[in-house]
Design a protein around this ligand. Structure first.
Ligand code: BEZ
Length: 234
């Protein structure tokens, strides 16, 4: 077979477009998801334990992601009928971690052809040549890739972290701030550093109300109640 090379999409680049058949019908990405955040994620295979635990967790959290304006889209190198049978089994038979009757209603892509998995660099041959690793692409409402996380086959994802990254990206965009190590919704955010000597002097002598400076280039503030409510976080 001819050796095909693909550049893997990176942070800051437009998310590659594709069409696919899914458990919610055909989709055109990104056109069908204009104005929404999208978490496009892959899992290695249907009817496997770690993936089942993850799908139950994604399913249980899907309202929360919806509330955050975020569409979940899953993918594995399995057929549509396998996906349907697996999601049916999850809903009818599996109980895990206090979750049961989990009805997964976000699209799960049939990617038997590996078209989308290849386009997004989800196949890591050192791990498996036929199964996607656990990749997560955070894609913003302008279809730009904003964060990427990869996990290996045997390690289930941390869903608090997935939510934290999404809320973090939304907070960064809304308030033009950055977020320090281990930031969690409700914690202080980092305000932009001064860009001129005059601004540096002002910041050092009279930091703005509510701003704490550890040094002139490292100042933080708490989001106000209104700002936190606007983000529906905290
Ligand atoms: C799992 O989901 O349990 C799994 C899938 C592929 C390799 C290892 C574990």
């Amino acid at each position: 077979m001819e050796n095909q090379t693909h550049s893997v999409p990176r942070i800051g680049e437009k998310a590659p477009a594709f069409t696919a058949s899914t458990t919610q019908g055909p989709i055109r990405f990104p056109d069908d998801f204009k104005g929404k955040w999208v978490l496009l994620f892959s899992h290695p295979a249907d009817f496997t334990p770690v993936c089942t635990s993850e799908f139950m967790t994604f399913g249980a959290m899907s309202r929360d992601f919806e509330r955050l304006g975020c569409q979940l889209i899953g993918l594995s190198v399995d057929s549509l009928s396998s996906h349907l049978a697996w999601l049916h089994t999850i809903r009818e038979r599996i109980e895990f971690n206090g979750m049961k009757n989990v009805d997964v209603r976000f699209p799960l892509i049939d990617d038997v052809s590996m078209h989308v998995a290849t386009l997004y660099g989800m196949i890591h041959p050192g791990e498996s040549g036929t199964k996607a690793v656990r990749a997560v692409f955070f894609i913003d409402p302008d279809a730009v890739i904003r964060a990427i996380i990869y996990y290996p086959l045997a390690l289930g994802r941390n869903f608090d972290e997935l939510r934290r990254v999404l809320v973090g990206l939304q907070t960064i965009d809304r308030f033009h701030v950055s977020l320090p190590a281990d930031w969690r919704p409700g914690d202080e955010v980092v305000v932009p550093s001064p860009g001129t000597m005059d601004a540096l002097d002002r910041q050092e002598e009279h930091p703005a109300d509510g701003v704490t400076c550890h040094d002139w280039f490292f100042c933080t503030r708490k989001l106000t109640e209104e700002e936190q409510q606007e983000m529906a976080i905290g």
